[in-house]
Design a protein around this ligand. Structure first.
Ligand code: UGA
Length: 448
């Protein structure tokens, strides 16, 4: 089989590399020539475990090629299915911005001389696939010529559920594959494509296009809701003197609740959960639905940074001026260098505005963070212990493995106030106390 994928972000590249590994001929396309050049040299533009090796294998086997959409080429014409995996970021009104996706549809309309299967992998508002199909059927070359019968395009929805940092693993061993398709032949083709990742088909869920589009938002909204719920529970638990670790264990062992997404933290960030929640709220508004719950999920999440600041303020005798805070972890979570909507950046900005200095360390996301926060009071350190040098407190914002195994004797030596604010439930309080460090977690108030 032969497919093309437009968009070489996380979703597009991982999809391309994994399909190539499964023996399918894949061309990945992007309008960004620089990115295409990098990929042709075997370099991946972002940090994603396992992806570089998979791409190298794909290139070596001759099954994975990279092509600019600006250079004319036959890959789109030849493809049995064309996947669209471009970004749908938040637009000015909170809705998903479809500019890149509609540009892709326009490109297909200009390029293709026959109808084909277009598969939308990007997260899109309900009704977008229909919109793309109409566009293709009215604006394609063939449609504009006198060809009879008119060309037929099938547009299927095939949302992606991979999470950054374990994207390759998620794609190769999917929890489920969602295919929204109203055409039985196209549906069969998609099932065949995915068969290497779901041999008996039991994890493939087929449905109509609109439901598949919506399912993606429903999943991310459910994840965001769990995180806001557990963050709120932790904040109430703190002043009550409750041990949130113990409570989380109780929650996780109830099979009706399940064990995942119940780790209190600095709030959800990244390129998906925040933007998808906003887009879903916008869809609700369009239909006169108040979406009370979704608004609350968002309110709790945006308020989380304020809560972290309050805790830090209490640690620092209610004045940030002249204080120095060490931050470990800048990316929105461990395993990635993605800084989009990272809670650590919001916290760093607020601390700087309040007059504190920030010394930060991240194993992979450092350099790009420095470009985003150019304040002279923000210092990026090449080593986690250097970040603690001359700092009053340490805030651990992401769950990188190296933070779990930190040398606390060194940390204790350097911190003026010997306090670690553990925003990821990483440490055992007793262990830190043995090093003379005070351990604070989400919701806990420092004793005055
Ligand atoms: C998320 C979903 O998990 C994927 O299924 C989905 O495909 C993807 O969005 C997408 O729409 O493309 P991702 O953004 O990579 O994936 O991040 P997650 O691992 O889900 O984490 C999201 C945020 O929640 C992070 O800031 C993380 O630190 C936070 N989180 C997660 C918590 O604070 N507590 C938890 O227990 C779990």
């Amino acid at each position: 089989m032969n497919i093309a994928i437009i968009g070489t972000g996380y979703v597009g590249l991982v999809t391309g590399a994994c399909f190539a590994q499964a023996g399918i001929d894949v061309t990945c396309l992007d309008k960004d020539l620089r990115k295409i050049e990098m990929l042709r040299q075997g370099r991946v533009p972002f940090h994603e475990p396992g992806l570089e090796a998979l791409i190298a294998a794909g290139r070596a086997s001759g099954r994975l090629a990279f092509q600019s959409t600006l250079e004319p080429d036959l890959s789109l014409e030849r493809a049995e299915a064309i996947f669209l995996a471009v970004g749908t970021p938040t637009g000015p009104d909170g809705r998903a911005a479809l500019t890149d996706l509609l540009d892709c549809a326009a490109l297909l309309a200009r390029t293709l001389t026959h109808g084909t299967l277009v598969v939308v992998k990007s997260t899109v508002p309900v009704g977008t696939c229909e919109r793309i199909r109409t566009l293709l059927e009215t604006e394609s070359l063939e449609a504009q010529s006198a060809v009879v019968p008119r060309p037929r395009f099938t547009v299927a929805s095939n949302p992606e559920f991979l999470a950054e940092g374990r994207a390759v693993e998620d794609f190769l061993h999917p929890g489920r594959i969602v295919i929204g398709c109203d055409d039985p032949a196209a549906c069969r083709l998609l099932r065949r494509l995915y068969a290497p990742f779901d041999p008996d088909g039991s994890r493939t869920l087929t449905m109509d296009v609109r439901s598949a589009e919506y399912a993606k938002y429903a999943c991310n909204a459910a994840l965001a809701a769990r995180i806001s719920m557990v963050n709120e529970l932790a904040c109430i638990a703190g002043p009550l003197g409750v041990d949130m670790h113990a409570v989380c264990k109780v929650l996780k062992t109830d099979p009706r609740i399940g064990p995942h997404y119940l780790r209190p933290g600095a709030g959800y960030g990244g390129s998906c959960l925040p933007k998808d929640l906003r887009a879903l709220i916008a869809m609700a508004q369009d239909h006169g639905e108040p979406a009370y719950m979704l608004h609350s999920v968002e309110t709790v999440n945006t308020g989380q940074c304020e809560r972290l600041l309050d805790t830090l303020l209490a640690c620092l005798a209610y004045d940030f001026k002249g204080r120095c805070v060490a931050l470990w972890g800048l990316a929105f979570k461990a395993g990635t260098d993605d800084l989009r909507e990272a809670p650590s950046l919001a916290l760093a900005r607020s601390l700087l505005e309040a007059g504190a200095r920030v010394r930060a360390y991240d194993p992979v996301a450092g350099r790009s963070a420095e470009a985003l926060i150019p304040d002279s009071m923000f210092e990026l350190c090449p080593d986690p212990y250097l970040a603690c040098e001359d700092a009053d407190v340490l805030v651990v914002m992401t769950e990188w493995e190296e933070f779990r195994e930190a040398d606390f004797a060194q940390v204790a030596e350097k911190l003026n106030l010997a306090t670690v604010f553990d925003c990821r439930q990483l440490y055992d309080a007793a262990l830190l106390e043995r090093h003379g460090l005070r351990h604070l977690e989400i919701g806990q108030r420092p004793a005055s």
